[in-house]
Design a protein around this ligand. Structure first.
Ligand code: SF4
Length: 312
């Protein structure tokens, strides 16, 4: 971007931010932003977080309007946990390909085949899928959730990589759905080895949505929040990051003196990036697009989400 274009963009962003502050007050709204959002959105968010923290914030807020900057299933979870609030998403095309890999019918079929198993569904799933789920989980609590259940067999959907990761910390038999995150699953061991050769002093941290061989090569494996904490608190100055590139915003904010190298240039979720500041402002101006979940589905899905929030 040349200097003039950069100045124009900054000016535009300043105006958008002012308009946003005014609209937030008028509507009594809060902005929740996932760590994978563009920097310009994370800058204006009331809360930045992973899907677990943002679900908690949605359930607790006094605001009338929640602008959920993330992908569709996150907005749905917010609406399910806060049914009286208006939940807006800046762009309704922001979906999650992994969430689309599982449907309620398929999950019910699997349940029929394994009648003794309990169903644990990753929060990255539709409301319909959550409605046929015993309990949800996120990457930050998946192991705890699985081990909290009174069952020897667990049907785990949709992320097979996260399921395999959990299998290392439980004696329960994991029956895995064949889903995966398009972004994290692209990272290969070869990519990681090349980065390690280039930055021999850096520690490699990975998200459990990465392939098992990639996670096995990591110095630390954890959810986005756990990765942020690890990089902040560990006595090391350089890290190779094995998760989505939007986390760079918080990593640099937490530790401006440390160096972060993303393990691959493909660690970008295009769905997360369709949201931008302009769309956040427009959503609050027009109060569209709104998330709607049919109450009969929301009531069942809520049980699975609330059970998850109770697991400590
Ligand atoms: S990063 Fe992966 S899991 Fe997250 S929204 Fe994008 S595709 Fe879905």
């Amino acid at each position: 971007m040349d200097q003039l274009a950069k100045q124009r963009k900054e000016e535009q962003n300043r105006e958008l931010k002012e308009r946003l502050m005014q609209l937030k007050k008028e509507r009594n709204a809060i902005i929740l932003a996932h760590y994978y959002q563009r920097d310009e959105i994370q800058e204006v968010a009331d809360f930045r977080g992973d899907s677990f923290l943002l679900a908690q914030k949605a359930a607790q807020t006094d605001a009338d309007v929640i602008v959920f900057c993330g992908v569709h299933f996150m907005g749905e979870s917010a609406k399910i946990l806060a049914p009286d609030k208006t939940v807006l998403i800046p762009d309704e095309r922001a979906g999650c390909p992994m969430a689309d890999m599982v449907n309620a019918e398929g999950l019910l079929d699997l349940k029929r085949k394994h009648p003794k198993a309990k169903v644990v569904t990753y929060i990255n799933s539709s409301a319909e899928v959550k409605a046929v789920t015993d309990i949800c989980c996120t990457s930050s609590n998946a192991v705890k959730v699985v081990n909290s259940l009174d069952a020897d067999e667990i049907i785990f959907a949709p992320d097979k990589n996260l399921g395999r990761y959990v299998q290392q910390f439980t004696d329960k038999k994991m029956i895995l759905w064949e889903g995966y995150c398009n972004t994290h699953d692209l990272l290969t061991l070869k990519d990681v080895e090349e980065m390690k050769a280039k930055y021999p002093n850096a520690q490699f941290v990975a998200h459990p949505e990465c392939r098992p061989e990639v996670a096995a090569a990591a110095d630390f494996v954890g959810s986005t929040t756990a990765i942020l904490k690890y990089c902040r608190e560990t006595d090391c100055d350089e890290f190779i990051i094995g998760t989505e590139d939007g986390t760079g915003y918080q990593l640099r904010k937490d530790s401006p003196h440390k160096k972060f190298y993303f393990a691959s240039k493909y660690l970008v979720c295009p769905n997360m990036k369709v949201n931008n500041l302009k769309k956040v402002v427009r959503a609050l101006e027009t109060m569209q697009p709104q998330i709607y979940v049919p109450p009969v589905i929301a009531d069942k899905a809520r049980q699975a989400l609330e059970r998850m929030l109770q697991v400590q």
